[in-house]
Design a protein around this ligand. Structure first.
Ligand SMILES: Cc1cc2nc3c(=O)[nH]c(=O)nc-3n(C[C@H](O)[C@H](O)[C@H](O)COP(=O)(O)O)c2cc1C
Ligand code: SF4
Ligand code: SF4
Length: 199
């Protein structure tokens, strides 16, 4: 697909989760700017959203377009210089109506400089999923994996809803097509399938 971060900027109004003590919180907020591989946001100092970010900068974002393509990203935000606010207002003129004149002084700007993410494309009957990283982060490969313990019995192939498994001396999973449903893992008689590393 196109750049997944550009995708988030285009969708613009996304779901952003924060942590409130140990509980998840989520709300709609805008990706106001995408510049130098970083996503930029703003919020107001009076909001729980802001207070949660100050206490814990970890966020998780998800958005979907009209074709059922979704992008999910997570990482640690950094508050940035308020000069970015002017840039965000220029790129999103509606902000001048929501926070007119000096009222923008209550706002704070922050960015997501690095993180990991996943594209889940449900635009066709064959869902495809890929991981990506940005800003110098790395990400482990997704999908279940078949190991050398495989005795080529074929049970996993018959149990896979997406046809992601092909036969061979050792069977192989196409990780782009793997839904990570775990059915092959549960059915394998020889413990030859490994779970994916956490995203
Ligand atoms: C389309 C849309 C875009 C929004 N964009 C933002 C935003 O960029 N920043 C923000 O602080 N609030 C934004 N809001 C408002 C928040 O969703 C709302 O203030 C929410 O209550 C904040 O979360 P909190 O209650 O956890 O602080 C937006 C709301 C909508 C409907
Ligand atoms: S079910 Fe297990 S042993 Fe059988 S083919 Fe699949 S991975 Fe190999
Ligand atoms: S985890 Fe599910 S989708 Fe992935 S290969 Fe196994 S059965 Fe197929």
């Amino acid at each position: 697909m196109e750049d997944p971060l550009e995708f988030l900027r285009k969708v613009k109004s996304v779901s952003i989760a924060t942590v409130d003590n140990n509980r998840p919180e989520v709300r709609i907020a805008d990706v106001m700017l995408y510049e130098d591989d970083k996503l930029y946001f703003l919020t107001a100092r009076g909001k729980p959203y802001y207070k949660q970010l100050k206490a814990n900068p970890e966020i998780s974002i998800v958005a979907m377009d009209e074709n059922y393509v979704t992008v999910r990203v997570k990482g640690k935000i950094k508050f940035v210089d308020n000069s970015f606010l002017n840039k965000m207002f220029d790129e999103n003129p509606v902000m001048n109506h929501i926070y007119p004149g000096d009222t923008r002084e209550i706002l704070e700007a922050f960015c997501l400089p690095k993180g990991v993410g996943e594209v889940f494309d449900l635009s066709t009957n064959t869902p495809k999923c890929e991981r990506f990283a940005f800003g110098g982060e790395t990400v482990s490969e997704r999908g279940y994996k078949i190991t050398d313990n495989c005795i080529a019995c074929g049970i996993c192939k018959d149990s896979c809803p997406t046809g992601a498994i092909s036969e061979g001396n050792i069977y192989v999973i196409d990780n782009l097509l793997c839904l990570e449903c775990g059915n092959c893992y549960e059915k394998c008689p020889n413990d030859a399938i490994e779970e994916p590393l956490e995203f």
